[in-house]
Every structure is written in structure tokens, then in C-alpha cells.
Design a protein around this ligand. Structure first.
Ligand code: CP
Length: 282
């Protein structure tokens, strides 16, 4: 993971220093297949890929022949026959990307599948913390709807790989207790948030049937130095109190996460596609 992070920093720094994008030419074609709403993930993949010279086919699920009753398997097998080089998929079913890989036999980047995983979000979250202090072993507490969060699952794997100390704020629910046990993460009380380096806030996943009712994270939940992270989208007043929704504030990393999404996904695409880095355009 560290050499990947070094690559991300190197591309980001050289691009900012020269005040222009490093260009890469590519004859690769990618399909963006988002069956759930997305702002950050879809647009950052599209922007990062375009900067690498990738040509995108952007699907709108509302206009696919799925609407006429075609099966999703037939749809993906048809897509593969147009010979794209890879697909980026978001879908509401957990495990969907694995199925799509079997149907198409093409490289698939998982942009979020049900409540299973969101691996590119985990990489950008881990990169954001590592970049701030590569040596620090952060104490991180997840706050909010952990049980239905694919971000929480992927972040637990990534943060654990970096040796961070993880906990979950106990909402008193049985599902949260079972989740904490299954993922071997300790439960803490809300009062213990003050002692954390980072509070990672999660949205209530109403679209996945969540009934979590925790009052929004408040400024007085936090210590003076506590960093606030959130993968977005933020529901102001519901996940984070309005006073914590200044995403440019000193201890707020939300905009850094969003911006790093571009650089991390650019490096993911470069790695997946094995694109060669070139110098700046003359
Ligand atoms: N964090 C995240 O996945 O945001 P989007 O739903 O806007 O892509």
C-alpha cells in the first residue's frame, strides 16, 4: 500500500508543481456502469480517466433495455461484445461485481456493491490519513450507521492494514454488537469520542433499510484535535451537526477526502490498465 501511496503523492505533487496535468495517451475504452446515484465516485473516475486519455462509455441505467425486461446477465454479456477494456460498476446488490466479472471476463473496478465493499473509497481514506502523517498510528472511531455501510467494511480492512486502532460507537443495537464481533472491532461509548484522533462519520443508509437513529455528531462530542472524516454524501444536521459541516475547517478532512479521490482513482486506473506515465504536454 505504501508504494501505491508514494505513486499517488508523486503524481499529485508533480502535477501541482507544473500547474498542469500529466498527460497519458491511451486507446483504452472504459464503461462507467452506475446503477445507484453517485457524485464523487463517478465523476472522479470519469475526470481521472479522461486525464489519462481513457475514452468513456457512460451508461444511464434508466435508458438500458433492462427496462424492457432483459436480464442483467444478458445486458453485461452484450456490453462485453463491444470490447471495452474494463468496467467501473456500482450496484445495489452485494457481490454484483464478482458476477459481472464472470459474465464479461473483463477487469471490473468495484465502485460500491450493496453493503459489501467500497474499496476505492477505502484507499482514498487511508491515503488521506497517511499523507497527513505517514508515521502516526491513528485512533479511529466509526460513528453512525456502520452496519449497512460498505465504506466501513472496506475502511476497516484498509485501516487495519496500516496498523490503526479501530472502534465503533455503540448505538445499543444488536446488529451493531454482532457487526463489531464479526469484524473484531471494539465498541466504545459516545463519550469516548473525545479521546480519538479521528471520528469517521457515516450516513444513515436509508436506501438499505436502516433505522439507525443516532443524533448527529456534535462539536462537543470531539476533542480539540479530533479530525472529522466522512465519505460523503453528508446529510447535514442528520450525520454531522451543521456546525461541523464546514468541510474546509482545520480539523475537517471531508474536502481532502473528495480531492484525494481524483488522485487515488487516477493511480488505480493507471495500475489496472498498466498505462505508461508521460511528461507534460508540450
Ligand atoms: N463516497 C461516495 O461513494 O460518494 P458518492 O456516492 O457521491 O460516489
Amino acid at each position: 500500500m505504501f508504494s501505491f501511496f508514494d505513486q499517488v503523492s508523486s503524481t499529485k505533487n508533480s502535477s501541482q508543481k507544473q500547474n498542469q496535468k500529466l498527460s497519458t495517451t491511451s486507446d483504452q475504452v472504459g464503461i462507467l456502469a452506475f446503477f445507484e446515484p453517485s457524485t464523487r465516485t463517478r465523476v472522479s473516475f470519469e475526470a481521472a480517466g479522461s486525464a489519462l486519455g481513457i475514452r468513456w462509455i457512460v451508461l444511464n441505467p434508466e435508458n438500458l433495455s433492462l427496462k424492457k425486461g432483459e436480464s442483467v446477465k444478458d445486458t453485461f454479456q452484450a456490453l462485453a461484445l463491444y470490447r471495452p477494456d474494463f468496467l467501473v460498476i456500482r450496484h445495489h446488490l452485494s457481490g454484483f461485481c464478482e458476477l459481472a466479472q464472470k459474465w464479461t471476463n473483463l477487469p471490473i473496478i468495484n465502485a460500491g456493491d450493496g453493503f459489501n465493499e467500497h474499496p476505492t473509497q477505502a484507499l482514498l481514506d487511508a491515503y488521506t490519513l497517511w499523507k497527513k502523517n505517514p508515521k502516526k498510528k491513528y485512533k479511529i472511531a466509526f460513528f453512525g450507521d456502520v452496519v449497512r455501510s460498505r465504506v466501513a467494511r472496506s475502511d476497516i480492512y484498509a485501516f487495519r492494514a496500516l496498523g490503526y486502532d479501530l472502534s465503533i460507537v455503540d448505538d445499543g443495537g444488536l446488529e451493531t454488537k454482532l457487526f463489531a464481533k464479526a469484524f473484531k472491532v471494539k465498541l466504545i461509548s459516545r463519550a469516548k469520542l473525545k479521546a480519538q484522533d479521528v471520528v469517521f462519520c457515516l450516513r444513515v443508509q436509508k436506501e438499505r433499510g436502516s433505522q439507525v437513529q443516532m443524533p448527529a455528531l456534535m462539536p462537543n462530542d470531539l476533542g480539540k484535535q479530533t479530525l472529522v472524516m466522512h465519505p460523503g454524501p453528508v446529510v447535514a444536521g442528520e450525520d454531522l451537526a451543521y456546525e461541523l459541516c464546514d468541510f474546509k475547517a482545520k480539523n475537517n478532512l471531508v474536502h481532502e477526502q473528495v480531492e484525494n479521490g481524483f488522485w487515488v482513482r487516477k493511480e488505480i486506473l493507471r495500475n489496472v490498465l498498466n498505462l505508461k506515465k508521460r511528461g507534460p504536454k508540450k
